[in-house]
Design a protein around this ligand. Structure first.
Ligand SMILES: Cc1cc2nc3c(=O)[nH]c(=O)nc-3n(C[C@H](O)[C@H](O)[C@H](O)COP(=O)(O)OP(=O)(O)OC[C@H]3O[C@@H](n4cnc5c(N)ncnc54)[C@H](O)[C@@H]3O)c2cc1C
Ligand SMILES: NC(=O)c1ccc[n+]([C@@H]2O[C@H](COP(=O)([O-])OP(=O)(O)OC[C@H]3O[C@@H](n4cnc5c(N)ncnc54)[C@H](O)[C@@H]3O)[C@@H](O)[C@H]2O)c1
Length: 452
C-alpha cells in the first residue's frame, strides 16, 4: 500500500512535532510518524519532569538554608507530591492524547508506528509506504548509551525513564556518568534523602564545561551528601534480585538499591533505513548542512543531527527546516553562540566556547573571572552563593566567544552573555555598560574588568 503527502516527518519529538505542526499550519499535507509518544523525550522523560523534580528539591535546599539566616526550619521531604505532579501535570500519566490532538488540530495526519526510510522521499510504516512530494524530515532523537560493562546488561538498571517514572524514592542510588542527566538527578534524589554516589569516568564532573564550573558543582554535590568518584568508571555490575553490586575501576565495591546509567545518548541510525538514501548507518549522527539538508529530499532535525542534544537546538533547527521547505529566506544554522544550562544548584550556564576550545581553535584568548561569593549580590545571598562567572575573549577581535555562569540563577545570568556572544558585542561596549546593582548579572562587569 502507498499514500502520498507533501511532507513526511519521521519521529515527532520536540523537533519533529514542531516541523510537522508548522508545515501543516502553512497549508501543506503533512504525515507525522511516531512510534511512541508525540512530543518525545523532553516532556515525558526529560526536561520537564526532571525540572519539576529539581524545583521541589530546590525548595528543600532553601528550607535547609533558613537556619542561621532566618530562624529555624525543620524539613521533612516527601517524594509523593513530586511523583504525582509528574503524572498529573507533566505527562498525563504518559498519555500523549493532548499533543496528538494539538498536531492533528493543525491539519497534520498522525500515523502511529515505527517507520523506516524506504529510498528518497519515502517512509515505510507497517507495510504502508508514505511518499513525500517535497520532503522527508527525520527527527528520531537518541536513546541512552549503555556501556559494555561486565554484567550490566543483565541487570534491571535505570535510565532517565525509570528515574523520572519512579513513585518511590531510592534508598541508595549509584549514578554512572557525571554529566547533565546524572548530576541533575543525583542532586535532586540526594536532597530528598537518597544516599547517592556518582561515578564519572573523566577526571572531573561536567567535563565538557569549564573546570571552574566542575569544581563548583563537585563542591555543591558533596555538600548535599553525594559521594563523588571521578576518573573512575564501573568495571563490573551484578544484581541479586534485591540490590546491585557495583565494582568501580579503583576496586571499591558499592551495594545500592538502584543504578542509573547516564553516560550519554546515542543516535540509532541502524533502524532508520538511512542506507536506502545513501547515508552511512554506522555514522554517529545524520550529517546536515546549514539548512538541515541531509540527502535528496531529506532533512533532519534535533538530537539526530548530533549538533547539541538540547530542546532549544531542536526548536531552532525546526524553524530552519520549515523555512527551507517552504522556500523562505533566513539565516543558515549557526551554533557559535549555543547556550546550555545544567540545572544543578548552583546552575551552570554556558555559551559558545570554553577557554580550552578557544585555544584549540587557535584564538589569542583573554580570560576574565569573577567569583560569585565576592560580588555584592553573592555576598548578600550568603547560603548557597557558590559560583563563578568566566569569560573567554577572542583578543584579536575584541569580542567574547564563550562564557560560563555558574551560580544562583546561573541560567538566567547567562542570558546577557548569550546576547553578547551571539551579537559579537565589542568587549569595549561591555566594559562601559551600566549593570544594575546589586544583581547577580552585575558580576559580569567584574569579569569583564578582569579580562587579561
Ligand atoms: C533527563 C533529561 C533531561 C533533559 N533536560 C533538558 C533540558 O533541561 N533542556 C534541554 O534543552 N534539553 C534537555 N534534554 C534533552 C532534550 O530532551 C532533547 O534534546 C530533545 O528531546 C530532543 O528532541 P528531538 O526531537 O531531537 O528528539 P526526541 O525528543 O528524542 O524525540 C524523538 C522521537 O522520535 C520517535 N522515533 C524515533 N525513531 C522512530 C521511528 N523509527 N519511527 C517513529 N518514531 C520514531 C521517538 O519515539 C521520539 O518520540 C534532556 C534530556 C533528558 C533525557
Ligand atoms: N539541562 C539540560 O539541558 C540537559 C539535562 C539533561 C540532559 N541533557 C542532554 O542530554 C544529553 C545526555 O545527557 P547525559 O548526562 O547522559 O550525557 P553527557 O554527555 O552530558 O554526560 C555523560 C557523562 O558520562 C561520562 N561517562 C561516559 N562513559 C562513562 C562510563 N562508562 N562510566 C562513567 N561515566 C561515563 C562522560 O564522561 C560524561 O561526563 C546531554 O548531553 C544534554 O545534551 C540536557
Amino acid at each position: 500500500m502507498s499514500e502520498q503527502a507533501d511532507v513526511v516527518v519521521l519521529g515527532l519529538g520536540v523537533g519533529g512535532e514542531a516541523v510537522a505542526g508548522w508545515l501543516a499550519e502553512a497549508g501543506l499535507d503533512v504525515v507525522g510518524v511516531e512510534g511512541n509518544l508525540v512530543g518525545g523525550e523532553c516532556p515525558y522523560w526529560g526536561c520537564i519532569p526532571s525540572k519539576m523534580m529539581i524545583r521541589s528539591a530546590g525548595l528543600l535546599a532553601e528550607g535547609r538554608r533558613i537556619d542561621g539566616m532566618a530562624g529555624h526550619a525543620e524539613v521533612h521531604p516527601d517524594w509523593a507530591p513530586v511523583a504525582q505532579r509528574i503524572r498529573d501535570e507533566a505527562t498525563t500519566d504518559w498519555n500523549d492524547q493532548i499533543a496528538a490532538d494539538r498536531l492533528t488540530g493543525k491539519g497534520a495526519r498522525l500515523v502511529r508506528g515505527w517507520g523506516r526510510l524506504a529510498g528518497p522521499g519515502a517512509v515505510e510504516v507497517d507495510g504502508t509506504v508514505y511518499r513525500a512530494r517535497r520532503a522527508v524530515v527525520v527527527g528520531a532523537g537518541t536513546a541512552p548509551a549503555i556501556p559494555p560493562i561486565e554484567g550490566l546488561a543483565d541487570t534491571p538498571y535505570w535510565t532517565n525513564r525509570e528515574a523520572l517514572e519512579t513513585k518511590e524514592l531510592p534508598e541508595s542510588l549509584l549514578v554512572l556518568g557525571g554529566g547533565a542527566i546524572g548530576l541533575e538527578l543525583a542532586q535532586a534524589f540526594a536532597r530528598f534523602g537518597s544516599q547517592v554516589t556518582v561515578a564519572e569516568a573523566a577526571d572531573r564532573l561536567l567535563s565538557m564545561e569549564e573546570p571552574e564550573a566542575s569544581d563548583v558543582v563537585r563542591a555543591a554535590m558533596e555538600a548535599d551528601g553525594v559521594r563523588v568518584h571521578t576518573g573512575n568508571a564501573a568495571s563490573m555490575v551484578s544484581h541479586d534480585g534485591l540490590e546491585f553490586a557495583v565494582t568501580l575501576q579503583d576496586g571499591t565495591d558499592h551495594t545500592v538499591q538502584r543504578l542509573l546509567v547516564s553516560v550519554g545518548r546515542r543516535v540509532q541510525l541502524g533502524n532508520l533505513g538511512v542506507d536506502t538514501v545513501g547515508l552511512d548507518p554506522s555514522a554517529r549522527a545524520i550529517e546536515v548542512d546549514e539548512r538541515m539538508r541531509a540527502a535528496e529530499k531529506l532533512w533532519a532535525v534535533g538530537d539526530v543531527t548530533g549538533r547539541g542534544a538540547f530542546t532549544h537546538v531542536a526548536m531552532y533547527q525546526a524553524a530552519i527546516v520549515v523555512r527551507d521547505i517552504l522556500g523562505q529566506e533566513g539565516p543558515p544554522a549557526d551554533y557559535s553562540a549555543l547556550p546550555r544550562v545544567t540545572f544543578t544548584d548552583p546552575e551552570v550556564g554556558a555559551v559558545g566556547m570554553t577557554q580550552a576550545q578557544a585555544e584549540k581553535a587557535g584564538l589569542r584568548v583573554r580570560v576574565g573571572v569573577a567569583e560569585v561569593p565576592s560580588t555584592t549580590r553573592g555576598w548578600i545571598h550568603k547560603a548557597g552563593n557558590d559560583g563563578v562567572i568566566k569569560l573567554v575573549e577572542d583578543a584579536d577581535r575584541g569580542v567574547l566567544v564563550g562564557a560560563t555562569t555558574a551560580g544562583p540563577h546561573g541560567g538566567e545570568v547567562l542570558g546577557a552573555l548569550a546576547v553578547a556572544v551571539h551579537g559579537e558585542v565589542p568587549v569595549e561596549r561591555l566594559r562601559h555598560m551600566i549593570y544594575a546593582y546589586p544583581t547577580f548579572h552585575r558580576g559580569i562587569e567584574e569579569a569583564v574588568q578582569s579580562l587579561a
